[in-house]
Design a protein around this ligand. Sequence first.
Ligand SMILES: Nc1ncnc2c1ncn2[C@@H]1O[C@H](COP(=O)(O)OP(=O)(O)OP(=O)(O)O)[C@@H](O)[C@H]1O
Length: 293
Amino acid sequence: MAEAQRTGTYLQRFPGSSTPPAEGTESEQLKIIELEESTQMLTIKNLHATVEGTPILKGIDLEIKPGEVHAVMGPNGSGKSTLAQVLAGHEAFEVTEGEVLFDGQNLLDLEVEERALAGLFLAFQYPVEIPGVSNLQFLRTALNTRRKANGQDELDSVSFMKLAKEKAKQVDMSPDFLKRGVNEGFSGGEKKRNEILQMLMLEPRLGILDETDSGLDIDALKVIANGVNSMRSDDRSFIVVTHYQRLLEHIVPDVVHVLAGGKIIKTGGKELALELEEHGYTGLGIDDAEATG
Ligand SMILES: Nc1ncnc2c1ncn2[C@@H]1O[C@H](COP(=O)(O)OP(=O)(O)OP(=O)(O)O)[C@@H](O)[C@H]1O
């Protein structure tokens, strides 16, 4: 840990002390490590996951602090969506090793609904259609369930409609879409806008966008990016899975990770995405076999 960061960390934990211990005794070092973990929103340690018995994630380590946006890039089939789905609790994936802490709770012990109530939101690569359930019904139930879980009053119909229309406008979506079945007959781009609308309404603590930019025209891409940017705050974080630097021009990440063969093989700042754009994965020395493990 850098000295300045170590000092800051120590003073946060022990505000009465003027300086941290030089290199620290063992127990002091342990306290600092504990504090480091407690200041993370999400801590993924040595995460392994399989699908139908095939190992896909092979030891992911990742730490996200409140307020940070992390981009996850990587070749096709490297495990990016699997990581997103495992965090959201998709039943097709089995976690075989490792740990995930979300705001200090063991995320892997929580049911899918409990994860959502705890503030995790996944915008799908292929948003599902729910015919027969209108967007409005869906949003209202989801929002009020989350509010109740947080000890807040449910929103009455008038306040809810006002909020829904305001947020629909923010993603450039006609209010007519609110009355239609969830994603029913929506175009690819409309489905992605609808995902962002849901996110804007639910105000998650951690938003995960799984290739939300795929198939979007440039205007829709900006709408999505503006939606995310409007939500950026000191206590909300995002994981943005994408293949393209163009999204990251609009949603500027704090950290960029490259996932290949089920592991994070490189981490850097936003310039890493530019490097990838320019040189490709082979330029980073990642060959096809390594990419898919
Ligand atoms: N339900 C499933 N059944 C079988 N194999 C699966 C399933 N889901 C994912 N996989 C396999 O897991 C591997 C990783 O897939 P994943 O979708 O996580 O990759 P990705 O990095 O998101 O790829 P892309 O960039 O192409 O979207 C792939 O080889 C994929 O075929």
